[in-house]
Design a binder for this molecule. Structure first.
Ligand code: C5P
Length: 210
């Protein structure tokens, strides 16, 4: 089974790239951030603090596929709640099996592309291809602001940047599965690349190994 692991910080372009690579190769795609977002929002909706370890672990164990279809998972509230539950070791342990099963036995049977923060380091250290997609904080905040504006939600540049930095710091500095490039990962800096250029580069790396 071919597994492509894509990691990196928020708004670096991982999701767009992962989706396009999966479509091009005929592989299945799993957005692992959505899983953490769903756990975080299940707690928020129940009025529970996402940093409550016992409650978060129970919510992770109880997660059902239907929870991933909730409509409020893409917002910044969900992102912040996700990064809080994601720092809890028991939550990560509870979600590991599902991700590994998807990677090794994807529904289409051909291959899997997973994106997140710890795919190459923890979930699938055996992945054939590991990419670490990154970009400067300023560029990533600029992209997120454009997305918010396109969705008619607006936002303040400095607030978007501060929010993103807070989440990045939490993801990089947590004790379990911190965000970092996996051994052997190719680093793709998209600061000065558009989505098409990033796709072409990643595909050529996958096809030629360089
Ligand atoms: O990728 P996305 O921005 O949707 O992820 C939301 C949050 O979920 C991240 O900030 C991170 O804290 C957590 N996450 C993680 N490990 C993953 C995917 C996401 O810790 N594999």
């Amino acid at each position: 089974m071919t597994i492509i692991a894509i990691d990196g910080p928020a708004a670096a372009g991982k999701g767009t790239l992962a989706r396009r690579l999966a479509a091009e190769l005929g592989f299945d795609y799993l957005d692992t951030g959505l899983i953490y977002r769903a756990v975080g929002m299940n707690l928020r909706r129940a009025g529970t603090d996402p940093a409550d370890e016992a409650a978060a672990e129970a919510a992770a164990r109880a997660l059902a596929p239907v929870d991933l279809a909730a409509t409020d998972l893409r917002g910044d509230d969900a992102a912040q709640a996700a990064s809080k539950v994601a720092a809890i070791p028991g939550v990560r342990a509870a979600l590991l099996d599902f991700q590994r099963r998807f990677a090794h036995t994807p529904p289409g049977g051909k291959g899997a592309v997973l994106d997140g923060r710890d795919i190459g380091t923890v979930v699938c250290p055996d992945a054939e291809v590991k990419l670490f997609v990154t970009a400067s904080l300023e560029k990533r905040a600029e992209r997120r602001l454009k997305e918010l504006q396109a969705a008619g939600r607006g936002g303040i540049q400095s607030a978007v940047l501060a929010d993103m930095k807070e989440r990045d710091d939490r993801d990089r500095n947590r004790s379990v599965a911190p965000l970092k490039p996996a051994d052997g990962a190719i680093v793709l800096d998209t600061s000065d690349l558009d989505a098409d250029q990033a796709f072409v580069l990643a595909l050529s790396y996958i096809r030629t190994g360089a």
